[in-house]
Design a protein. Sequence first.
Length: 81
Amino acid sequence: MLLRGVRPFLSAKYDITKHPNYKYLSDYDDKNTFDVEKYLADLRKPRPKVKPNEPFIFYDIEDSPGSIAETEEMDAIGEIE
């Protein structure tokens, strides 16, 4: 348990193994241990790119009035002071 101004200590007030999400902790199963090296390696992997003439779905999202993009455009052309 961590309390401000007090060194960390164990408390017998609550058995953590009874918590509904205990099964997601590495204390429950070693396969739940977060592997930082694997995570960073996955981030560095090249992502698939759209090839020429490859079909894909294009979503056009319009800005609503007063949106951030519209405000930035107005600021860029000097309409907002």
